[in-house]
Design a protein around this ligand. Structure first.
Ligand code: TRP
Ligand code: ZN
Length: 497
């Protein structure tokens, strides 16, 4: 009796499920943010992207961008609708081939409601057709789309994607990319990874770039303009493509004298951090008037201003160090920014040491001594600086000081093992400051909770140990900067928004 009844009731339940609208069957909207306390609306919940395919057409004279984004994702819950982060004007959204309805919400949310609910674990293909003039769009009152006299640049942190492609805009959701850009003949389009194809037709040239390792959205870059391209190979065999705006004026020589050393620097860094993690490398210097650099994956962005006083290899060291610390191993939340900036800054100190321009210890002593105990510098905790202080000097300089203190604490052998082991431990993934603490304890065999608490999580100046007290002869005298200091300071000049 019972057995016979089971079959029809299962069938009835299944057909009911199909008939009931998604929302009524336990399908719920994805969260409008991924859950980062510093930036609650950044990223989204309910799905995970594996690949972005961007087909773009850009007109430098008008700043008009037309695009089709094809996004491959997996639903991570039974989804009735989901958000993307985006600012341009959308004309059509399809989900798994069917037209979806869409609306905007909040500062940068594109809310997509598919015709049918998306079952947890199922593959989802999202196609977004869009257009717009990125320079006319803003969120929270700012824009990070940078126009240049002959094009534009998308390179910013922690947000730059909203102005040019719809995304799950948070480093926790890394994906691979194909970026195809059509521009007028004579103009170049630069992005991450390898240039797979370049074709000219009817007055336009299309550049197809592929970045085939997981990449955070803020590390995905686009530059359109008139560039000179140089190519090369690292000793390890990684192909290098660099791009220099034809409009760098007086800074052109110094820019090349710095960025052309990319291969040498990457090979040198691999001695500390392990093999370079990607299959393409380079740098680009567009004709922007911005004052910062960014570790855009495989191909960092540099501002001409950074080369205003001559070659600046320190900034190249910094951005290339991020390829391991920040890009290969990305942060889990923006509070973990020390993992990026502390280590990229420390790499500059190691470079200084290798060039005979001041040892890491001398630079650490200088940072320590040049900020008296009542300096606001010490109130910022590098391990959790707060969104407002995310890129404060303390994250960079006190951050690197903490790393030198770790070297002192565990000794060179364990220290360099940690430095090299970390990228391998979390290759192509995400990790937090807490994960780093655990890893450093594991490799060194030393309890380090109190140590990290002092150097990363205490809003005051740590006491100088006896060794440092002896080295700093006059704690109140103005300390003498090591030779490399000015260069290092300029390397991380950033803007506020
Ligand atoms: N991460 C960049 C670097 O260290 C610096 C940076 C901070 C930045 N905030 C930014 C770059 C905003 C561009 C935009 O090189
Ligand atoms: Zn940095």
């Amino acid at each position: 009796m019972h057995r016979r009844l089971i079959v029809p009731s299962v069938l009835a339940a299944a057909s009911l499920l199909l008939a009931i609208p998604a929302s009524a069957a336990g399908f719920t909207p994805g969260a409008p943010g991924i859950g980062d306390p510093y930036y609650p609306a950044y990223g989204n919940g309910g799905y995970d992207v594996s690949h972005y395919d961007l087909k773009l057409k850009y007109q430098p004279s008008t700043d008009r961008l037309d695009g089709t984004a094809t996004i491959l994702a997996t639903a991570t819950q039974d989804l009735s609708r989901f958000d993307l982060d985006f600012l341009l004007d959308v004309s059509e959204v399809r989900v798994n081939g069917a037209k979806a309805s869409f609306a905007t919400s909040g500062q940068h949310e594109l809310v997509v409601t598919p015709a049918k609910g998306l079952a947890k674990g199922s593959a989802v293909t999202i196609v977004v057709r869009y257009s717009g003039v990125p320079s006319t769009k803003s969120a929270y009152g700012f824009s990070t789309w940078h126009r240049t006299p002959d094009g534009a640049v998308a390179a910013d942190e922690p947000e730059s994607a909203w102005w040019w492609f719809p995304s799950n805009d948070h480093p926790l959701d890394k994906a691979t990319y194909d970026v195809s850009v059509s521009v007028p003949d004579g103009t170049q389009a630069i992005s991450n990874g390898v240039l797979k194809a370049q074709r000219s037709q009817l007055g336009r040239t299309t550049y197809n770039w592929r970045s085939d390792k997981p990449q955070a959205t803020y590390l995905t870059t686009l530059a359109v303009g008139k560039f000179d391209i140089t190519t090369g190979t690292t000793e390890a065999g990684v192909p290098i493509t660099n791009a220099y705006s034809k409009d760098l004026g007086d800074n052109a020589g110094a820019a090349r004298a710095s960025v052309e050393r990319t291969g040498e620097v990457a090979d040198w860094l691999s001695g500390y951090f392990g093999p370079y993690p990607f299959n393409a490398l380079g740098g680009y210097v567009p004709n922007t008037d911005t004052g910062y650099a960014l570790e855009t994956q495989t191909r960092p962005f540099y501002s001409p201003k950074q080369f205003a006083n001559g070659a600046n290899v320190s900034v190249v060291v910094h951005e290339l160090a991020h390829q391991w610390y920040g890009d290969d191993v990305s942060l889990k939340g923006w509070k973990d920014i020390w993992i990026n900036e502390g280590f990229a800054s420390y790499a500059e100190w190691l470079w200084s040491e290798s060039q005979g321009d001041g040892t890491a210890q001398e630079l650490a002593d200088y940072v320590y001594a040049s900020h008296p105990a009542d300096d606001a510098f010490w109130t910022v905790k590098p391990g959790d600086p707060g969104a407002a202080n995310q890129f404060d000097d303390a994250v960079y300089d006190r951050g690197a000081l903490a790393i030198q203190a770790l070297r002192d604490k565990v000794g060179d052998t364990a220290f360099f093992k940690i430095l090299k082991g970390w990228p391998a431990e979390h290759a192509y993934g995400n990790a937090s400051v807490a994960d780093f603490e655990k890893y450093a304890e594991q490799v060194s065999g030393k309890p380090l909770a109190a140590f990290f608490d002092t150097w990363l999580f205490t809003p005051s100046k740590p006491a100088a140990g006896a060794a440092r007290q002896a080295r700093i002869a006059h704690p109140d005298a103005r300390p003498v900067a090591p030779k490399s200091w000015q260069r290092i300071e300029r390397a991380h000049t950033v803007h506020d928004h």
